[in-house]
Ligand binder design. Structure first.
Ligand code: HEM
Length: 537
């Protein structure tokens, strides 16, 4: 095996790599002084004894000190991930929707870094567990970084970001004993699902084969939230972004996923790495669903509700671009681990909507990165834009940039670093008209929670339905609390009575004979009815 071609190539590559860093390089300290030993601590030596180690030894102390501080906090969610570099280009301009060159200039190639992840497991957890997968893309555009931070499932568990700590706490291991790791199979997860009817659509997807992908290369990606695009005439559209893999969407079967989690916990990580090493570069088509601003209220769901899809027969996907991942990271930690995505990183021509999940995300990512990476995380090479950065933000722990200026405020007597006009590429905020009272509220359409779960269930083939039934059987069977699985079986009746009865047989609990929720199977939405102004006490 030592002389086989792949291995000797690898050894050759390694030799070359060290040649690149300097053939004559010698071991030094972090402050550049050459070291004479990597093996022995400086000690007191006499004729008959090798005595204690000296704290004086700066070389040894530096090595231990650096080692002691190697860990940083893992991501509070999506801790386990793998990434790769690549390129993105549009083959059809979306100039009718946006003036952002990344989506209109067909001659441009935009570098990207993509990080795929599981959501609930810790950094060392297995790849093939049942979970949602993250699909986060950083586009290094000439107008600044655009981060499209999506998942492989097009909807989400909650509608309002204020609920995010609850949904994640319920899904992460239980607080007293840190059990279970990276599995949905426990009381708290299902207790949350029962208590939040808005989660019904998403948990149906999470119990489907979508949540056990065969490979990161074979997953769709969805921005999930509703974003906006503004064109050169100032017209705005609501949009959703979609990645579709060239290799098709493929899943494991549950038995494979279980075995792989034990035999090869790095299965997805290795699959992505090896495909790229071998030149089998994964590709995705990039699509947009668009709804003109004046059509916002034409649907029987709220288009700003992240628990709803925009059915493709109502809003077709227009594929306009493609992405290829073609280079593995040089080193995991400074790139895959330290990359910082943020939904609020958009470029001119791309904007937000009033989707209340997106609005909360726009605060959360930036905020969490302060404790994960520190205030100067934007200066890390993987996070730096390819275009110039010029502002008067300064100082803070680990500041690297040396700005060389003599002023650090604006306006200043040199007229240094003035803000850009829109013509010069300054970010254009859409002049959305907003008026109202302050209230904690959701629109009435946000309150319909089952019809798309039914739509999803009814769209499944017999085999896919069986997989969902077996997944629910497996997961709910791991809940010891009869209240939890008993109520969940009732909830399943809000999706399909046969589903509920079959799962009840598998896990116990009273088999439902009727649906438990009034709006099961009916459209109870009155389009003209909203909750404003809310009832006053
Ligand atoms: C991380 C997607 C909802 C907070 C991530 C990552 C993805 C993602 C893909 C991993 C990024 C990476 O690879 O570094 C989504 C999607 C959501 C959603 C598609 C729903 C539409 C939320 C919400 C919040 C949130 C509602 C908070 C209010 C976070 C945080 C991280 C994260 C704090 C860790 C980021 C870091 O440490 O750099 N999310 N997320 N997410 N998400 Fe979300």
């Amino acid at each position: 095996a030592l002389t086989s071609a792949p291995d000797s190539k690898k050894i050759e590559d390694l030799k070359n790599e060290f040649k690149e860093t300097g053939k004559d390089a010698r071991l030094t300290t972090d402050y550049g002084v050459k070291q004479t030993s990597a093996d022995d601590w400086l000690r007191i030596v006499s004729d008959d004894k090798i005595g204690p180690s000296l704290l004086e030894d700066p070389f040894a102390r530096e090595r231990i000190m650096r080692f002691d501080h190697e860990r940083i906090p893992e991501r509070v969610v999506h801790a386990r991930g793998s990434g790769a570099f690549g390129k993105f280009r549009v083959y059809e301009s979306a100039s009718d929707l946006t003036f952002a060159p990344v989506l209109t200039d067909t001659s441009r190639e935009t570098p990207v870094f993509v990080r795929f992840s599981t959501v609930l497991g810790s950094r060392g957890s297995a790849d093939t567990v049942r979970d949602v997968r993250g699909f986060a893309t950083k586009f290094y555009t000439e107008e600044g970084n655009w981060d499209l931070v999506g998942n492989n499932i097009p909807v989400f568990f909650i509608q309002d970001a204020i609920k995010f700590p609850d949904v994640i706490h319920a899904g992460k291991p239980e607080p007293h004993n840190e059990v279970p790791q990276a599995q949905t199979a426990h009381n708290n997860f299902w207790d949350f699902q029962f208590n939040h009817t808005e989660a019904t659509h998403m948990f149906t997807w999470a119990m489907s084969d979508r949540a056990i992908p065969r490979s990161y290369r074979m997953m769709q990606g969805f921005g999930v939230n509703t974003f906006t695009l503004i064109n050169a005439e100032g017209k705005r559209h609501f949009v959703k972004f979609i990645w579709t893999p060239e290799l098709g969407v493929h899943s494991l079967v549950w038995d494979e996923a279980l075995k792989l989690a034990g035999q090869d916990p790095d299965f997805h990580r290795k699959d992505l790495w090896e495909a790229i090493e071998n030149g089998a570069y994964p590709k995705w088509k990039f699509g947009i669903q668009a709804i003109a601003e004046e059509d916002e209220h034409k649907f029987d769901f709220d288009i700003l509700d992240a628990t709803k899809i925009w059915p493709e027969d109502l809003v077709p996907v227009r594929y306009i671009g493609e992405m290829e991942l073609n280079r593995n990271p040089d080193e995991f930690f400074p790139q895959t681990e330290q990359i910082a995505f943020c939904t609020s990183h958009v470029v001119p021509g791309i904007g937000f909507s009033d989707d209340p999940l997106l609005q909360g995300r726009n605060f959360s990512y930036f905020d969490t990165q302060l404790s994960r990476l520190g205030v100067n995380f934007q200066e890390l090479p993987i996070n730096r834009p390819v275009c110039p950065v010029m502002n008067f933000n300064r100082d803070g722990a680990m500041r690297h940039t040396i700005s060389r200026g003599t002023v650090n405020y604006y306006p200043n007597r040199f007229d240094a670093c003035p803000p850009a006009t829109h013509k010069e590429g300054g970010y254009l905020e859409y002049a959305e008209k907003v008026a109202g009272i302050k209230a904690r509220a959701r629109s009435s359409k946000f309150k319909e929670h089952f019809s798309q779960a039914q739509l999803f269930w009814n769209s499944m083939s017999k085999v896919e339905k069986n997989h969902i039934i077996n997944a629910l059987g497996f997961e709910l069977d791991h809940c010891e609390d009869p209240v939890v699985y008993g109520r969940m079986v009732q909830r399943l009746a809000d999706i399909d009575i046969g589903l509920a009865q079959t799962v009840a047989e598998m896990v116990g609990g009273e088999a439902p004979t009727t649906t438990s929720h009034p709006n099961h199977g009916k459209k109870t939405i009155n389009l003209s009815q909203t909750e404003f102004p809310p009832e006053t006490p």
